[in-house]
Design a protein around this ligand. Structure first.
Ligand code: 13P
Length: 256
């Protein structure tokens, strides 16, 4: 049985005070009824991770992840944060290969692969992001591009590793644009990813991997996306910055 998950990617947003207020808001609104069996992950800016983990020590619902990790354990890499560092702060997971990191920071499928390895080696779950640009969607070759991201980013991993790897399909054209993929468009890609997982690993692994959708997912469209058989939850950007909206999306997952 695969896990249903709603993860919030805060990106480069919130001051410290706003971040802690958001955490307090989520602690108050995420009741057992709202969360049910849904896994909830939040991903604040790195600077606040330690205090956010501290604020959630007595909270059983909310896991905390980082937005990025470096390929090496330690060394002369000014400004970077490694997987052993994240693990030493009791984090649960890391987002890897977000399209913004691919676009603005030169991340490639190959560097993502190393980052996933680093995460798994340090007992951090990896949330591996894949997805096509608008041009790639229009060209019609989007599925080939997404499966190449899967193949290269997951090269060398074995079926058991997939217990700790979550995939997030985020069409770049839907991120922060208000233009959401239709449930049918998203389902088509998710089913394609699962078919690829069956071929690459086996049917049981494919069935058990959590595949999230991300891109303008909001309280108003979450339920219809989560009703699709291969969409296991969401990776939420803008709407994860408001406790009320994020809570509504989690409730939509729980009740789907
Ligand atoms: P939006 O929900 O703001 O479109 O962002 C999606 C995203 O990039 C999550 O990682």
């Amino acid at each position: 049985m695969r896990r249903r998950i709603v993860a919030g990617n805060w990106k480069m947003n919130t001051t410290y005070a706003e971040a802690m207020e958001l955490v307090d808001g989520l602690k108050a609104s995420l009741t057992e009824e709202v969360v049910g069996e849904t896994g909830v992950i939040i991903t604040p800016p790195a600077l606040y991770l330690s205090d956010v983990v501290g604020a959630l020590v007595d909270n059983e619902y909310i896991a905390v992840a980082a937005q990025n990790v470096h390929e090496k354990d330690s060394g002369a890499y000014t400004g970077e944060i490694s997987a052993p560092m994240l693990a030493s702060m009791d984090l649960d997971a890391v987002i890897i290969g977000h399209s913004e990191r691919r676009q603005y920071f030169g991340e490639t499928n190959e560097s993502c692969k190393v980052k996933i390895e680093q995460s798994l080696n340090n007992e951090l779950a990896a949330i591996y992001c894949i997805g096509e640009t608008l041009e790639e969607r229009k060209s019609g070759a989007f599925m080939d591009i997404i499966l190449k991201q899967c193949a290269e980013g997951l090269e060398g991993f074995i079926a058991e590793d997939m217990d700790n790897i979550i995939l997030a399909y985020e069409p770049v054209w839907a991120i922060g644009t208000g233009e959401v993929a239709t449930p049918e468009q998203a389902q088509e890609v998710h089913a394609g990813i699962r078919a690829w997982l069956t071929e690459r690993f086996d049917a049981e692994t494919a069935e058990n991997v959590t595949v999230l959708y991300g891109g303008s997912c909001k309280p108003g469209n979450a339920a219809e996306l989560f009703a699709q058989p291969d969409i296991d939850g969401g990776l939420i950007g803008g709407a994860s910055l408001k406790a009320e909206d994020f809570t509504a999306i989690i409730a939509a997952r729980t009740n789907a």
